[in-house]
Design a protein around this ligand. Structure first.
Ligand code: TYM
Length: 332
């Protein structure tokens, strides 16, 4: 079975709809006929300011949310990145193969370091995509399910894999990004030109999966819509409505075209009211299940431990090959 691998940062108390529709839902689907590795990227989380206690809590919350949304610990290895030292170790090797200019060109680094200027960003933020490449390459996955914002990091990953393979010996598989066109980028409800994001969106622009469902419903009902009153899918001229249609279609399973037909002659308010109801019925059981799981920390820890064991087996074998091929002397 082909392998899939992906990760998510524990940088918020809750996942949001962009994470879920852009990536996590695909994780759930792909686990059925693939060999899945999913991890919580806590090493990446310390490239910006963090609080140790909050980080630890969010890591467990992330695990609970993954299980609650349907990642099955019997099918998937769910693990915490920092528990597998090979990630940091391979990243160090790849650091030596990456140009400084190449790292600086990553748009995420440019965006995240734009605020205070490059000088105030951490070096971790610069090498972030190189660690991400290590995360991926260690497991030799066929597919990496992510949102559109990760495409550039996947390209760097492929470049580094190819560079290593041609300079030393074929070691890494070149992974394919798995990005679903329809939901590759979910937009901010208040600013539909920007992506929904935990760091960039205003509180009303982002729908959090663990938020009080009534509050999420309210956010949907007060989403910014566009001029005119016709409901149609037109991301250029009607980005607000189009974003709502995308979310509606993804949650209901109905096609965007079917929805547009259904809402012909109706107003934005009708669409938003129905989507708000749909969101409530979707997040309510998710939230209950997550809270239940969080009450059973022993179970969560056991899932993560089992995941780490599976991950270790694969990652350590790849790292051994790498260390040998780059010329590190083997311990006796
Ligand atoms: P992170 O934690 O920011 O986001 C997790 C996943 O959610 C997707 N996503 C979105 N998709 C569509 N629309 C949005 N508005 C939206 N916001 C977020 C992201 O594309 C991502 O798939 N660098 C990664 C974490 C990572 C990783 C990896 C991923 C570390 N190592 C190895 C894959 C493979 C990140 O910051 O994701």
């Amino acid at each position: 079975r082909p392998r899939v691998l992906s990760g998510i940062q524990p940088t918020a108390d809750s996942f949001h709809f962009g994470n879920y529709l852009g990536a996590l839902r695909q994780w759930v689907d792909l686990q059925r006929d693939h060999q899945p590795f999913f991890f919580i990227a806590d090493l990446h989380a310390i490239t910006v300011e963090w609080d140790p206690k909050v980080l630890r809590e969010r890591t467990l919350r992330a695990a609970a949310q993954l299980i609650a949304m349907g990642i099955d610990p019997e099918k998937s290895a769910i693990f915490v990145q920092s528990q597998i030292p090979a990630h940091a170790q391979l990243a160090w090797v790849l650091n030596g193969l990456t140009g400084l200019g190449e790292a600086r060109r990553m748009t995420q680094f440019k965006d995240k370091s734009a605020k205070g200027g490059e000088g105030s960003a951490s070096v971790g933020l610069l090498t972030y995509p190189i660690l991400q490449a290590a995360d991926i390459l260690l497991y030799r996955p066929h597919y990496v399910p992510v949102g559109e914002d990760q495409r550039q990091h996947l390209e760097l990953t492929r470049d580094l894999a190819q560079r290593f393979n041609s300079r030393f010996k074929k070691t890494f598989r070149l992974p394919e990004p798995y990005i679903l066109k329809a939901t590759a980028k979910i937009y901010d409800l208040q600013d539909p030109a920007a992506k929904m994001s935990k760091s960039g969106s205003s509180p009303n622009g982002i729908v959090e999966m663990l938020d009080d469902p009534a509050r999420s419903a309210k956010k949907i009902r007060s989403a910014v819509t566009d001029s005119g009153s016709e409901i149609r899918f037109d991301p250029e001229d009607k980005p607000g409505v189009s974003n709502l249609l995308t979310i509606f279609s993804a949650l209901s399973g109905e096609s965007v075209n079917a929805l547009v037909d259904q809402y012909a002659g109706k107003g934005y308010g009708d669409l938003k009211a129905d989507l708000a109801d749909l969101v409530v019925s979707f997040v309510t059981p998710f939230r209950e299940r997550t809270l239940e799981l969080l009450d059973d920390q022993a179970y969560l820890t056991s899932v993560l431990q089992k995941g780490a064991e599976t991950a270790h087996g694969v990652a350590d074998a790849t790292l051994r090959d790498v260390y040998q091929r780059v010329g590190f002397a083997a311990p006796s």
